[in-house]
Write a protein that binds this ligand. Structure first.
Ligand code: PAP
Length: 343
């Protein structure tokens, strides 16, 4: 069988034109590169490097997900501030129901409160048993506004997400800190890590071969959409959130239709939410010190240093300088997007 790369060919996988065994064979034809921890390889699907085990879930999400106009979808490239954004948006949207003293964040990891569409809701239960049958979830009972998240780049989102009035909040982070954060996440368990050499990892990242990469395509896809449709996509930068969390929390609240009233602002509600969702506060919770919300990943692995500029401790100055100037000259040139590399 020839390699299958076009989205049309892959979409057919979901139209029962292949039996289960053929689906596995088709997926096996996608170009592959080295993966991450338990996610054994990445497959090039629709131009992005998708964890191979997740490809059937992505196809199912693309085929079956029906967005509602009130939905709020949090999007990011891994290690860009997803967990933080989930805690914040959950708290903003549910602040009439919960206060910091009874918020579900006290007993649940943010990823459990705002589930991933491709990793959790459209999770493939059968691929591990050598079949690509995918379970389609019933999402009809979730109260509005439904909060979901995804790591998929904009062009590969389901049509109903693009065509409905649902809103997307995207968070990005400077690529050097993403590299370092991904490296720590990917090598946390030496027995399962596929990586021993950081230079090789940086090289692969630069070539685009990182989960849901190329990084540039991912970030620019949402950046451009946010410029064209600011009412549809809110584009956030991790570094801005660190610099002035309160201002960014207000921005997010306004965008998702849950603006803070003057009374709330003067009563300190924005500050309370910002503090509740800070790295220190979430990291200190028992639920995030122990337990796993996904089989392969401990909750604590989502909370590390959480700063801007940790790359200085891991990348040589010359390598970092080379990457930064290439980013500016090759990847982001003319886009209007810039990254901050230091706090
Ligand atoms: P994910 O995409 O796998 O969900 P994500 O949450 O995007 O991961 O990224 C984890 C990073 O966000 C970690 O960064 P670090 O490795 O540089 O430390 C983590 O520490 C950081 N992080 C998690 N929660 C917060 C928070 N509340 N505030 C700031 N940073 C946070």
């Amino acid at each position: 069988m020839n390699p299958i790369q076009s989205s049309v060919e892959l979409a057919r996988i979901n139209e029962n034109e292949f039996d289960d065994q053929q689906k596995v064979v088709v997926l096996s034809q996608l170009p592959k590169t080295k993966g991450f921890l338990g996610l054994s390889s990445l497959s090039l699907y629709q131009g992005f490097w998708c964890p191979s085990k997740i490809v059937p879930n992505v196809i199912s999400f693309q085929t079956h997900f029906q967005a509602h106009d009130q939905d709020i979808i949090l999007a990011s490239k891994p290690k860009s501030g997803t967990t933080w954004l989930k805690a914040l948006v959950f708290s903003i949207v549910n602040r009439a129901r919960y206060t910091p003293s009874n918020t579900p964040l006290l007993i649940s990891n943010p990823h459990q409160l705002v589930p991933f569409l491709e990793f959790t809701l459209f999770a493939d239960h059968a691929i591990h048993k050598n079949s690509a049958a995918v379970k389609v979830p019933d999402l009809s009972g979730i109260p509005s506004p439904r909060l979901f998240s995804t790591h998929i780049p904009y062009p590969s989102l389901p049509e109903s997400v693009k065509n409905s009035k649902c809103r997307i909040v995207y968070i990005c982070r400077n690529p050097l800190d993403v590299i370092v954060s991904s490296w720590h996440f990917g090598t946390q368990d030496r027995t399962r890590s596929q990586w021993t050499n950081m230079e090789e990892y940086v090289d692969k990242f630069w070539k685009g071969e990182a989960a849901f990469g190329p990084f540039w395509d991912h970030v620019l896809s949402y950046w451009r959409e946010s410029l064209e449709k600011p009412e549809k996509v809110l584009f956030l930068r991790y570094e801005d959130m660190k610099e002035d969390t309160v201002a960014q929390v207000k921005r997010i609240a306004e965008f998702v239709g849950f603006r803070f009233s003057d009374e709330e602002e003067s009563g300190g509600v924005v500050r309370q939410i910002s503090e509740m969702c800070s790295l220190k506060s979430l990291k200190d919770l028992e639920v995030n010190k122990t337990g796993k919300f996904m089989p392969n990943f401990e909750n604590k692995s989502y909370f590390r240093k959480g700063g801007v500029g940790d790359w200085v401790n891991h990348l040589s100055a010359s390598l970092a300088k080379r990457i930064i100037s290439k980013v500016n000259e090759e990847k982001l040139k003319g886009s209007g997007l810039t990254f901050k590399y230091e706090s």
